[in-house]
Write a new protein. Structure first.
Length: 390
């Protein structure tokens, strides 16, 4: 049977929880949002006893959510049938492979504990995947001296620096809901856990490379000392995954895995600054006007030739860092092959300036394709057939 069908069976068997189970329509993440901790434990326990295969599917989906880890940790394995115990062991193994720790004592470097209980001090960090521009949101959650909790939200970019910074204060239960939202309900930009020190290291590195001609957000000044680290050995999420996986993979693996992810628009394309793109577009448009026989395929090649230098020199470091940080998100999401490929791509980028790097060639190809389409639209609008003025 499918997971939605099994959850309907659970709703029938657990009438007190049925009104929270059915509105989720079989969506594991929405179900976790609907249920409180005890109810989620009841549902997962019933599933492990009566539908262990579907229970495993549900538990796997709940691994990345703090509440999901709590629920899985609360399972009494000794009370389950043999099939259920086997599924629980598989789920625990999957958690360890993702760098997650289920149960008490989960505080080693690179393995982050869930958000503490309400009576405990809060200190947790989360990082989102990079958006197509190359920026990402990071969150640091801490107990507030005046009671409750506070969330620091920063928009980071290795080129643009600290682009935005906000501080939110709320009750601890509200913060729990916020954390559940950013770690389960943000689609492609769902955040993963990272140690508070790793988030601080990332903020510190970004502030240190912040462009001198752009002021830092005013709201950051008050919190600068508490959010930056003075320890030069503090490691960012990308450095943590590099230490864990070492990045040792053949270039072919980069081409087969990361190139495909870039071409599928799963990560990247992290284009150069808009002003640089406009310069490239204007230059190619001028060349096309002088050689009207050229077609879109030739335009794309010309765009690629002009874009590639923009990925070299100092820019290469920023692209290598983005690949490292993408590796961390893949690693925490259980996609170790893609994580290793990102690290291998970053290694190759640090050894060269991009021209022979398959990952960078793929990034350039995606941007060049977009510019080619833009140029086609511009030329179409300018031609009499396109409806524009001569």
């Amino acid at each position: 049977m499918s997971l939605p069908e099994r959850l309907e069976n659970a709703a029938e068997a657990l009438p007190a929880d049925a009104d929270q189970i059915r509105p989720a329509n079989g969506d594991p993440q929405q179900l976790l949002v609907n249920l409180d901790g005890p109810a989620a434990e009841r549902v997962l326990d019933w599933m492990m006893n009566h539908a262990p295969a579907e229970a495993g599917e549900l538990a796997m989906a709940w691994l990345e959510a703090p509440l999901g880890l709590e629920v899985i940790a609360a399972l009494d394995e000794s009370s389950l049938p043999k099939a259920g115990r086997k599924v629980v062991r598989k789920v625990h193994h999957a958690a360890r492979s993702r760098g997650l720790e289920i149960g008490p004592g989960a505080q080693s470097e690179g393995k982050v504990a869930r958000l503490p209980d309400l009576e405990q001090a809060i200190s947790a960090g989360y990082v989102s995947p990079l958006d197509p521009r190359g920026s990402r949101l990071v969150y640091l959650v801490e107990s507030s001296p005046g009671g409750g909790a506070q969330v620091f939200e920063a928009l980071l970019d290795p080129v643009r620096g600290l682009a935005d910074f906000q501080v939110y204060r709320a009750g601890r239960r509200q913060v729990r809901d916020f954390v559940r939202d950013v770690t389960t309900r943000r689609g492609d930009y769902t955040a993963v856990e990272a140690g508070p020190d790793a988030v601080r290291a990332l903020v510190t590195r970004t502030v240190e490379c912040h462009p001198s001609d752009r002021p830092l957000p005013k709201s950051f000044a008050e919190w600068r000392r508490s959010l930056m680290i003075s320890n030069p050995t503090g490691r960012t999420p990308g450095e943590l995954v590099r230490a864990q996986l070492d990045g040792g993979q053949r270039p072919a693996d980069v081409e087969n895995v990361i190139v495909q992810a870039i071409q599928d628009r799963e990560i990247g394309p992290w284009p150069p600054a808009p002003s640089k793109l406009e310069e490239v577009l204007v230059a190619v448009q001028a060349e096309v006007s002088e050689k009207p026989a050229l077609g879109a395929a030739e335009w794309k090649i010309e765009f690629e030739n002009r874009l590639m230098p923009l990925y070299a020199g100092e820019a290469a470091d920023a692209y290598a860092e983005r690949l490292d940080e993408s590796a961390y998100v893949y690693w925490r999401g259980g996609q170790e092959e893609k994580a290793r490929s990102c690290l291998a791509g970053a290694n190759a980028l640090r050894r060269t300036e991009g021209q022979e790097n398959p990952a960078v060639q793929a990034l350039v190809g995606v941007v060049a394709e977009a510019l080619t389409q833009d140029l086609e639209k511009r030329l179409g609008a300018e031609s009499p057939e396109g409806g524009g003025e001569d």
